[in-house]
Write a protein that binds this ligand. Structure first.
Ligand SMILES: *Cc1c(COP(=O)(O)O)cnc(C)c1O
Length: 477
């Protein structure tokens, strides 16, 4: 496929503009470009075909099944896009006087309230622009809380090995030292190891729940007691709230801080390259430190408020507003019952898929999963040489997006499936049949699978090189 610059021909246009019948105004030279912009020149039909061809090369939730674990690639109702695109929302400016943007402030205040209710927290900031950004913000709140109590010895954050990879990274960025705690045989936090790890230097523990294995942490009550007794705080990585929303609340489980991913659970696609939002909720004791500004409802309307003890701003202006509108539209449409039902169906679909493939795709035995599950293809690889990667690539040939691969690191030859609640039984049955066939194929024709995909635009890029030496600019060969 050519770049649009390569099909450009001088003089081609998508539109013809009449020669104006008014006199041209002379513009001061200092306002003019020295050179013409290097824009492509194409006709409308070339333009249309170019971008349609590009869009067909992309795979999205609108194309097919997309079980990318830990990402919640569910189908998001188009109506929420329409609501977010209403001119009243898109044509406001962040520097406008707050009296003229009361509707937008109402969106923020209402959404914060709903998220506080859903998480069981006392206050919420919408500002962070991603899940990891929310973690970082939450940890700054924790640091500010300890500092305000003049408890400067709390420099360590405990992170279990089943946590999402962003957790330790965010904690280091926030200035903490990391203490790793291993999993026990049940793949929960090893309580003995945890007891050894806590002390007067414990600032917090970060728990990903459901864990990266898609399992609900069984010992939350004990973990909560151990940490609080030691004077530490509890952080809940709620990026996977899709599994539990409307059913249980981090606030009720004893957590002090939580972040959510609106761009997973609440109707903005994750990984679409667009903006995200990672709101942070916290208990009363931490609320004074929340980022500035927050929106408050007063008798005279909505207004921005600034806190004396705030950690300051963590994003430009007020965060990614369009994502808030989608989330509010989604929550309002679903209601309390719908939110709960979405989570229940996400868990049901994952368990249905798991139950129908786990004789071939082995997973954590004897446990129900939450919204996702991880299989290990080590045994198949030992028998046939076909790896988790080869299975993923073969799925591409069948029109499915691969699951998350080689994550979490604690499982060998891992594939992590998250079907989400928006898939119906017919699709799941088709996927189950395909996965079972793929498994057979590994024995029949392993070489063919090792060379997959055979029908995709790109075969097997060098992933290490792509990460280490990314070429983000098109260079003509
Ligand atoms: C996706 C995810 C994150 C990080 O969210 P980003 O928006 O990608 O930064 C953190 N924790 C968990 C459990 C996640 O699934």
């Amino acid at each position: 496929m050519n770049l649009i610059f390569e099909i450009s021909e001088h003089g081609k246009r998508c539109a013809t503009i009449r020669t104006p019948d008014v006199k041209a105004v002379k513009t001061d030279k200092k306002y003019l470009r020295a050179e013409k912009p290097a824009l492509p020149e194409v006709s409308e039909v070339d333009f249309s075909r170019h971008y349609t061809a590009l869009s067909r090369r992309a795979f999205g939730v609108d194309n097919g099944f997309y079980p990318l674990g830990s990402c919640t690639m569910k189908y998001n109702p188009k109506i929420n896009e329409e609501v977010a695109a209403l001119p009243g929302f898109t044509r406001v400016h962040p520097l406008q006087d707050e009296k003229t943007v009361q509707g937008s402030l109402e969106v923020m205040e209402t959404l914060s309230g709903y998220l506080a209710e859903i998480t069981g927290m006392d206050a919420v900031t919408l500002q962070p622009n991603a899940g990891a950004h929310g973690e970082y913000t939450g940890l700054l709140l924790i640091a500010a809380y300890h500092a305000a109590r003049r408890d400067f010895k709390r420099t360590k954050v405990i992170v279990p090995d089943s946590a999402h990879g962003t957790n330790p990274a965010s904690a280091v960025m926030a200035g903490f030292e990391i203490i790793n705690v291993p999993s026990d045989e049940e793949k929960g936090v090893d309580l003995k190891a945890l007891k050894k790890a806590v002390g007067r230097d414990t600032a917090a523990l970060m728990l990903t729940n459901p864990t990266t294995l898609g399992l609900f942490e069984k010992n939350i009550k004990e973990i909560s007691e151990i940490i609080h007794k030691a004077g530490g705080l509890l952080y809940y990585d709620g990026a996977n709230l899709n599994a539990v929303m409307g059913v249980v609340r981090p606030g009720d489980m004893g957590f002090d801080v939580v972040h959510l991913n609106l761009h997973k659970t609440f109707s903005t696609p994750h990984g679409g390259g667009g903006p995200g939002s990672g709101p942070v909720g916290c208990k009363k004791a931490l609320a004074p430190f929340l980022p500035d500004p927050r929106v408050e409802k007063t008798e005279k309307g909505y207004k921005f408020v600034y806190g004396k003890k705030s950690i300051g701003k963590v994003a430009s202006f007020y965060g990614n507003f369009g994502v808030y509108v989608r989330a509010l539209a989604y929550i309002t449409a679903l209601g309390a019952e719908g939110i709960k039902s979405a989570a229940q169906h996400a868990v049901l679909n994952a368990n249905y898929l798991k139950a129908n493939i786990e004789d071939l795709y082995p997973t954590e035995k004897g446990r129900h999963c939450m919204h996702e599950f991880v299989v290990s293809m080590q045994e198949l690889k030992d028998k046939t040489g076909v790896s988790a990667m080869d299975i993923a690539k073969t799925m591409i040939d069948r029109g499915y997006h691969p699951p998350t691969m080689y994550f979490p690191l604690i499982i060998h030859e891992a594939l992590m499936f998250e079907p989400t609640e928006t898939e119906n039984k017919r699709t799941l049955d088709e996927v189950i049949a395909a996965l079972r066939e793929i498994y057979e194929e590994a024995f029949k024709d392993p070489e063919y699978m090792k060379a997959a995909p055979h029908h995709a635009q790109i075969g097997r890029p060098d992933e290490v090189k792509a990460a280490r030496q990314p070429v983000v600019r098109y260079i003509k060969n």
